[in-house]
Ligand binder design. Structure first.
Ligand code: NIG
Ligand code: FE
Length: 404
């Protein structure tokens, strides 16, 4: 915990507050865990800086980044599949012949909790060193009760090892494990009747996710998972409309999902359902890029409907082996024509909303002091250039964890 008396001051900051860039250079003071002063420089009374540690002048301040969709815990690697795709195989074909997600399942089951932890730690460090202060980590490569819980335990431990808030998501319905070949309803029974209750009983899951797709689970099966999750008081979200339009996002929205993620094939009815429910659209340009997809998510339609859009890495060994959140800002703009402001809101305020942390991922007086200061001049530069090393300072819960 930050020392209650510790006060930091930044002057002449260009500030993106999580939703917008403020028009004037700002002064920002934090005390202990909180932002206590955020005021334009031209009205700043210097006596407020008394007793503050001087953190410098200039640069861009943003909320700490929120990466609301990752699969950071996994065994093995899938470079062979990467090569196969370059030679023409599709993600779906690879999955149908037992590769893809399942190949990571074998490697993850094989690995001990400690091995998984050791492998995931540098991945999480990469995110933290690129400005992330809140991250979601999914299970989904265990696909049985013991291995799903093992993954969630690793995710919890990661949050204790580094100065970052980790939210865990049970993704038992990610793929059909080989033991249940030809019995996908039987596997959904296991997810609903054993996995969700066990994860809830141990307090290991903050939410429940599903993969609603032809190569994964049907809309009806995903709906059963949602009902079981909600019976245990767990919020829900979905991987939906990534490779085809099954209507999973609309179904998830009808159940009050926090978010629907990927959504390249989302149609107008899906957009309307998400708007109605207040679900966040999580845009994952890393997977689109890696899989060389061509169907664009309906950004203009989402924008017009006022559906909040988040942006995340989807960091995983198959569809998005990309562990650099600021690269996603760039890809969201370049590939999907999101504006730099939208992309930034997507990785701050809207990323938080996608995790059920509405009102977080924002900077204002009274906010928790999770923030980054970047060595650039305007917030848009964060999305414009892809350049490691720009993070000048990172503050997590009022404590300086990077820079000086
Ligand atoms: O978000 N779409 C499904 N699941 C992951 C990919 C996981 C994998 O390929 O290992 C995703 O893209
Ligand atoms: Fe994913």
């Amino acid at each position: 915990m930050a020392n209650n008396k510790q006060r930091y001051i930044w002057r002449d900051i260009s500030l993106f507050d999580g939703l917008k860039t403020l028009p004037k250079p700002m002064a920002v003071i934090t005390q202990g865990e909180r932002v206590v002063t955020m005021t334009p420089m031209d009205g700043f009374d210097e006596s407020q800086a008394d007793g503050c540690h001087d953190m410098g002048r200039g640069g861009v301040m943003t909320p700490g980044l929120v990466d609301c969709h990752t699969h950071l815990v996994f065994g093995g690697a899938r470079a062979d599949e990467f090569e196969a795709r370059l030679e023409g195989a599709s993600y779906e074909e690879i999955a149908r012949r037992g590769g893809g997600i399942l190949s990571t399942v074998y490697a993850t089951r094989e690995a001990s909790e400690q091995t998984l932890f050791n492998a995931a730690l540098p991945r999480l460090k990469a995110l933290v060193e690129d400005g992330v202060t809140t991250v979601e980590i999914k299970s989904g490569y265990g696909l049985d009760v013991a291995n799903e819980l093992k993954m969630l335990r690793v995710a919890r431990r990661l949050g204790e090892a580094l100065p970052v808030r980790v939210l865990t998501t049970l993704l038992g319905a990610h793929a059909l494990p080989p033991e249940y070949e030809n019995d996908s309803d039987g596997y959904i029974d296991l997810v609903c009747n054993e996995m969700i209750p066990a994860a809830a009983a141990e307090g290991l899951a903050d939410a429940v996710d599903v993969f609603c797709e032809k190569i994964a689970f049907s809309v009806a099966q995903c709906e059963r998972v949602f009902k079981a999750a909600q019976a245990h008081g767990l919020p829900i979200k979905a991987h939906a409309e990534q490779l085809s339009n099954l209507g999973g996002a609309a179904m998830a929205a009808r159940h009050g999902a926090l978010s629907a993620d990927h959504i390249e094939y989302l149609d107008d009815a899906g957009i309307a359902a998400m708007r109605e429910a207040g679900s966040v659209a999580v845009i994952l340009p890393g997977a689109f890029h890696t899989l060389r997809e061509t169907q664009q998510p309906p950004i203009a339609g989402l924008r017009e409907a006022g559906v909040p859009m988040a942006v995340a890495t989807d960091a995983n060994p198959g569809s998005s082996p990309l562990f650099m959140p600021t690269l996603m800002l760039n890809l969201a703009c370049t590939l999907f024509r999101m504006t730099p402001q939208e992309a930034l809101a997507g990785m701050t305020a809207n990323g938080a909303a996608a995790l059920g942390l509405k009102g977080q991922g924002q900077l204002h007086e009274g906010a928790v002091a999770d923030l980054c200061v970047w060595g650039i001049e305007t917030p848009a530069e964060l999305a414009y250039a892809v350049q490691p090393g720009r993070l000048r300072q990172r503050v997590y819960q009022g404590e300086l964890t990077h820079g000086r």
